[in-house]
Design a protein around this ligand. Structure first.
Ligand code: FDA
Length: 394
């Protein structure tokens, strides 16, 4: 029987980084994955350029039923630590917006970095690994992999969430947690586009591809100021993805389509200067023409000139454009979601080591845990930080 100090299940961001750190710390490490390739999500991430961290990483950018849990790991292995590692590998990067750091060249560079870090730690990789059983033994754990038994002192579960099943996502980590008596909080898709009810969708479909800066507000008051994108299925774009993590079925969201404009003052001024100008042409000065036309067919925009626009109409228009109430039909689900909310309940884990308090030698890191970041590099930073914290204990 093969024997290891540490077996890591899942060769994604968290698993590879943890395996590398544990190996470099002197452990004999085996890294298992059910896929054909290492770091598949990393390769897909950030449009192929991997948004590997965010300069503004802070605990407030994470959702969890236990919001304090992420603090320790994020403070001990920070965004600056990972940037330092990226720099040591000579990987050129840039800030795209809002502190989001991307590779100049390709996400493959981050996977190569992790592979080299694993090689430094003499980590054994095994891809296409089907794990059929995990049992607790006196010395640690016995794992059945592709019909063979592997034994290990410590077991690290880094099998991720349910988003993008095409990239190997599976509920493996949740089932394993339950097998060992840990609670798993209900999961749902996060950072995911909204779908819309048919009547609204039919109107908005003509806008497919149109993007506008917006401020979106969730029912709980959470606000994001980024752009939204109209698609043939509904609404997407950074503001929508961010808000989706805070949205519950049935709730309305508020969209301000003119977040940088005092619309009332603008309309009053335009009315003075160009009383015979149509409302449609006036609004087209600040909104894409297609959007204005669509609002007109939706009946949300009176077909009037500015001098004809009366006070109640103006008030209704301002409400419509700056506090547009949209009730999503749902989300596109795990098929396109970037992350999975919920997961292994952190109240059963040590925030210092990621170890299960009641099950010695068993650890959960990365997305499988109930810690989910905003869009913008926060999820990879959680993967690096939780992996590092865990590796210090192995
Ligand atoms: P991850 O999902 O990366 O890895 C889990 C691994 O476990 C996979 O390799 C899987 O094959 C393996 N596995 C699952 N079940 C198994 C089983 N039963 N047996 C063996 N192996 C198993 N975040 C960010 O910060 N910046 C970004 O730019 C992006 N971009 C992005 C784009 C897209 C398209 C997606 C889907 C997601 C992102 N994300 C992101 C989110 C980010 O990819 C995600 O949070 C991390 O990859 C999570 O890392 P983990 O290592 O925890 O899981």
């Amino acid at each position: 029987m093969e024997q290891y100090d540490v077996v890591v299940i899942g060769a994604g961001a968290a698993g590879m980084f943890c395996a590398a750190q544990a190996g470099q710390g002197g452990c004999k490490v085996l890294l298992l994955d059910n896929g054909k390739k290492l770091g598949r999500k990393i390769l897909m991430s950030g449009g192929g350029r991997c948004n590997f961290t965010n300069m503004h990483t802070e605990p407030a950018a994470y959702l969890s039923e236990n919001p304090h849990f992420c603090k320790s790991a994020l403070a001990r292995y920070t965004q600056w630590d990972f940037i330092d590692l990226v720099n040591r590998y000579g990987i050129a990067w840039h800030e795209k917006t809002l502190g989001q750091l991307f590779c100049d060249d390709s996400a493959q560079q981050i996977v190569s970095l992790l592979e080299q870090e694993c090689q430094k730690g003499k980590v054994t990789f095994r891809l296409r690994s089907e794990i059929s059983a995990v049992e607790k033994t006196e010395q640690g754990y016995a794992i059945q992999v592709n019909g063979q038994e592997v034994s290990t002192r410590s077991l690290v579960v880094a099998s991720g969430g349910l988003s993008m099943p095409g990239l190997g996502a599976s509920p493996f980590g949740y089932r394993l947690a339950e097998q060992f008596g840990l609670k798993v909080l209900p999961t749902r898709a996060g950072l995911v586009p909204f779908t819309l009810h048919k009547p609204l969708l039919e109107h908005l479909q003509t806008l497919s591809g149109v993007s506008v800066p917006a401020v979106m507000t969730a029912a709980d008051g959470t606000v994001f100021r980024e752009s939204i994108l109209f698609t043939h299925r509904g609404l997407s774009g950074p503001a929508v993805l961010q808000l989706s993590s805070y949205w519950q079925p049935g709730e309305f969201v508020s969209v301000n389509l003119l977040p940088n404009l005092d619309l009332s003052a603008f309309l009053n001024q335009q009315r003075q200067d160009h009383p015979n100008q149509s409302l449609k042409n006036t609004l087209s000065l600040h909104l894409p023409k297609r959007l204005v036309e669509c609002l007109q067919t939706l009946g949300q925009l009176p077909e009037v000139t500015l001098k004809q626009l009366n006070v109640p109409q103006q008030a209704a228009l301002i409400e419509q454009l700056q506090n547009w109430q949209v009730q999503p039909n749902g989300t596109e689900g795990y098929r396109t979601a970037e992350v999975t909310l919920g997961g292994v309940d952190t109240r059963a884990l040590s925030s210092k080591t990621m170890g299960a308090n009641a099950v010695p030698g068993l650890y959960f890191i990365g997305e499988v845990v109930d810690v989910t970041g905003w869009l913008g590099g926060y999820n990879f930073q959680w993967a690096w930080s939780s992996a590092w914290a865990c590796a210090q204990d192995l």
